[in-house]
Design a protein around this ligand. Structure first.
Ligand code: INS
Ligand code: FE2
Length: 342
């Protein structure tokens, strides 16, 4: 189209309109800039947080790490626990445990109430603490906070063992709630606490499929498709996944923090996929806070409560933890759906 000359008389009218349009345009540009700025700051915050997440822990620098996880020197309480756990955690039991959750009804409670309920539970599998679980949770969270790690990681420390509530509802003992975890359905690895020999009375020991390197799994199938011995980690993972806004790294910390043969001893790595390899970094970053904070002072539950209540509210929008979770599982061992509650 040919250019059109604008007559000088027409200019006041257009000036007004153009002025308004210009103002609107400038407002829109401002808005875009504000949004851009916000995005940039969010990205910077995330980057700083990430850096913090993978930075080496500081709080444990002076501690003698050799004093922890000394299973050979442990007392009979610990040895008997693993004897029982390693005998009873079978493929059949694990399928049953997951199915059993289908028809049970349990309580509804806030995260803090759940923590308080753990004040009587002493973990029989643990050679490093005889404190109650609420104290262990606060020790972990406080160590993470002291090292200036992200808020979501502090909350992860605070709740990571909450799944031990299972003990008060459906457990057959502590052996199906606490202790290190390991896969069932493939060979028990020598790197599990007390080694393969400790599984000699397990009905899957020497099984023609379950006791082979990959058993019912395939190389690189991903840990999501691997059935870890049933206990508090898996239970809380599903709950937190459904009801919190915690990031994937936090969910992995919860789900795999007791899987020492994998995250600390290097076993079962052939089962991992790329996502698991990323998550392994996060679980390793979390581990010192869980383990080495056990020799810290005893925290004051009442003093710390206000800080952590706020943190809980930030990531659990429903405030009350709902009882029911449906989990869909379609994999080699054919569990199609099971249900978890508190
Ligand atoms: O995550 C920990 C860890 O695996 C300990 O070794 C075990 O004794 C605890 O029960 C568990 O909460
Ligand atoms: Fe744990």
């Amino acid at each position: 189209m040919a250019p059109v000359a604008v007559s000088p008389q027409a200019s006041p009218v257009f000036k007004k309109r153009d002025g308004q349009a210009l103002e609107e345009l400038s407002d829109a540009i401002d808005e875009v800039n504000v949004l851009k700025d916000m995005k940039k700051r969010e990205a910077e915050k995330k980057e700083a947080e990430e850096k913090g997440l993978y930075e080496e822990s500081e709080f444990d620098k002076e501690k003698d790490k050799a004093n922890f996880r000394q299973y050979e020197d442990a007392n009979d309480r610990v040895k008997n626990f693993y004897q029982e756990q390693h005998t009873k955690q079978t493929v059949a039991y694990n399928l049953k445990a997951r199915h059993d959750f289908h028809s049970k009804t349990r309580a509804e409670m806030t995260v803090w109430e759940a923590m308080e309920k753990l004040n009587t539970l002493i973990d029989e599998s643990d050679p490093d603490t005889s404190l109650s679980q609420i104290e262990h949770l606060l020790q972990s969270a406080e160590a993470i906070r002291r090292d200036g790690k992200p808020r979501w990681m502090q909350l992860t420390g605070l709740i990571h063992d909450l799944g031990k509530l299972l003990f008060f509802f459906d457990a057959e003992g502590q052996w199906d709630v606490v202790g290190d975890t390991f896969p069932v359905g493939c060979a028990f690895d020598e790197k599990i606490v007390y080694g393969r020999d400790s599984f000699r009375d397990n009905e899957d020991f020497g099984h023609k499929i379950y006791d082979t390197k990959f058993g019912i799994y395939t190389p690189g199938c991903g840990l999501d498709n691997v059935m870890l011995s049933w206990g508090h980690d898996e239970y809380l993972y599903h709950l937190a996944k459904e009801q919190s806004t915690l990031p994937d790294e936090a969910l992995a910390m919860i789900r795999y923090h007791s899987f020492y043969p994998w995250h600390s001893a290097g076993a079962y790595h052939e089962l991992m996929n790329d996502h698991d390899r990323d998550m392994l970094r996060a679980v390793k970053a979390f581990n010192p806070y869980d383990l080495y904070s056990k020799s810290d002072g005893i925290p004051s539950v009442e003093e710390l409560k206000p800080y952590y209540l706020e943190l809980i509210n930030e990531y659990f929008p429903t405030k009350v933890l709902k009882c029911t979770i449906y989990i869909f599982h379609n994999n080699a061992y054919g569990v199609s759906k099971y249900l978890l509650y508190w």
